[in-house]
Design a protein around this ligand. Structure first.
Ligand code: 3NM
Length: 208
């Protein structure tokens, strides 16, 4: 079973770069040391996403970093990505595994103990749990889960767990204390004035 060998999982959103080119931001983050990227550009159609994924693949390969594609198994296979990241709206984990094979990384987003346990039962390699803290894109789903819920997931689930949602340099130490394998985030790097520097800072905090 493949295991995630990264502390920081950078999730993309090209609408949060203040107009900066996404590939430029990704290269800056890779330069800063990020080892895993999830390409998550939900509004792009297959063709545009394919070409973006192909460029992201070349870039991540140059830096020996993992590339996972959100939801789109076809695109992950077409560009020879390292895996796929599934949401609750994606096809079932077992079916994704059949298409991807044993060697590809399968990450799954979860928002409750039930979802996390299901992901574990059905063969996910790692999970995200969130939103731990407030984050504007998830505000409509209600209050954030908080650290206590994160700790409970860590206690009950044996898969590697990444905290997501409002993760910033200021709260990384707390998230780490909850026992997570690492953190996943968008804006702390995507919207940073200096994404390379932001990445370095976050990675240093994760190493402490
Ligand atoms: N998924 P930021 S929270 C994409 O809880 C995503 O599953 C979440 O963005 C979940 O790091 C989230 O800017 C947004 O808060 C993460």
């Amino acid at each position: 079973m493949p295991t995630p060998n990264f502390d920081l999982y950078l999730v993309t959103d090209r609408n949060q770069t203040h107009g900066g080119d996404l590939l430029w931001v990704l290269e800056a983050a890779l330069d800063g040391g990020v080892e895993a990227i999830q390409l998550r550009e939900k509004d792009l159609g297959g063709r545009e996403l394919f070409f973006l994924a192909e460029s992201a693949r070349k870039l991540t390969q140059r830096y020996h970093a993992r590339l996972l594609i959100n939801d789109r198994i076809d695109i992950a296979l077409a560009v020879d990505a390292d895996g796929v990241h599934l949401s609750t709206a994606s096809i079932p984990i077992e079916s994704a595994r059949v298409l991807l094979g044993r060697q590809q990384l399968l990450g799954v987003s979860t928002h409750s103990l039930e979802e996390a346990a299901e992901a574990e039962r059905n063969g996910a390699d790692f999970i995200l749990f969130g939103p731990v803290y407030f984050t504007p894109s998830k505000a409509s789903y209600g209050a954030p889960q908080g650290l206590a819920a994160l700790k409970k997931i860590v206690e009950k689930i044996s898969l590697p767990i990444y905290a997501i949602g409002g993760i910033k340099p200021e709260n990384i130490a707390d998230a780490r204390c909850a026992g997570v394998r690492g953190v996943a985030l968008i804006s702390a790097v995507m919207s940073a004035a200096d994404p390379k520097d932001a990445t370095k800072k976050i990675l240093n905090l994760l190493k402490r």
